[in-house]
Design a protein around this ligand. Structure first.
Ligand code: AMP
Ligand code: MG
Length: 277
């Protein structure tokens, strides 16, 4: 199945998240087969990342958004874990610091955008400024409502500067979220992840849904597409994202740069003489 085609939000469409099945998986796919496919795709990503780093012309920005416990951290570990850390940078966006809050909302995101040759992963992103900020009235509507245009302009600037952008919304449903919170309570190694906010945000579920829908619909340009990934099954979420990333990187037709030196001459000067001697 072509996951890019299947999960890409069609530009111009107003998305309705309640219509999308968070449990989806292809009928003939099970977790064991998916694990094999994931391994192939993450190997491909690793090789293509090597090429991107060597080529040093373009960059890739992956934006991960989703509700609490939607699987942003798990995706980073499982899909991007095999990459060479030298060629990638993960930035996790939290409540803005004093310094960040004293700037425009895109300042910290622009600063974290991947430079040429790099893969940048945003764990949350500039979209928080039209999500949590909107749901909790952290700034007035007349401010946040202009941000969709600012975001589109910002993303176009990155694309025009050689960055490929992929944006993923990890789609889980209400029951799955509660179950994941419960697992965090039951597993001592996950206790640290629980925050009061996780529970106090649940009553705002529908407000977040509307905010996500509007952000995804308004900022879904041809150059910076959104994908809504069914994410109740972690193994399927990982596979779908890995495949989309691998296919996108492959489509760039990247090439190793021409060597900066005359290989024949170097070989003659430093190797053949050595071997003869
Ligand atoms: P976590 O991803 O679980 O570490 O939580 C990070 C928290 O920071 C979440 O509750 C986000 O909603 C919050 N956050 C991220 N960006 C912003 C922002 N621009 N304004 C307010 N809160 C934010
Ligand atoms: Mg959290």
């Amino acid at each position: 199945m072509d996951y890019s085609e299947r999960f890409r939000v069609k530009p111009g469409n107003n998305i309705n998240l309640d219509d999308i099945d968070a449990d989806f998986k292809p009928a003939d796919l099970d977790s064991e087969e998916a694990a094999h496919q994931l391994e192939r795709s993450t190997e491909k990503i690793r090789d293509l990342q090597h090429l991107m780093y060597a080529e040093d012309r373009r960059s890739l920005l992956v934006v991960l958004q989703g509700r609490d416990a939607a699987g942003k951290d798990g995706t980073i570990r499982r899909v991007f874990g095999p990459m060479n850390p030298q060629g990638c940078r993960v930035t996790s966006f939290k409540v803005p610091s004093k310094m960040e809050a004293a700037h425009d909302f895109l300042w910290r995101c622009h600063f974290a955008a991947p430079k040429r040759g790099m893969v940048g992963i945003f764990n949350r992103s500039h979209y928080e400024d039209v999500l949590v900020v909107r749901v909790h009235d952290l700034v007035p509507k007349k401010i946040w409502s202009k941000r969709y245009d600012h975001i589109n302009d910002f993303e176009r600037l990155l694309v025009d500067s050689g960055t490929v952008i992929l944006k993923f919304y990890l789609h889980i449903d209400r029951e799955e979220q509660l179950e994941r919170f419960k697992k965090r309570i039951d597993n001592p190694k996950k206790n640290w992840k629980i925050s009061d906010a996780d529970y106090s945000e649940r009553p705002y579920w529908d407000e977040y849904t509307r905010a996500f829908e509007e952000a995804i619909s308004k900022c879904n340009t041809g150059d910076a597409p959104w994908f809504v990934i069914p994410a109740n099954r972690k193994w399927f979420r990982n596979l779908a994202i890995a495949d989309i990333v691998a296919d996108t990187m492959e489509s760039l037709k990247m090439r190793f740069p021409e060597p900066a030196v005359d290989m024949g001459e170097i070989r003659r000067m430093y190797h053949e003489a050595d071997e003869a001697g």
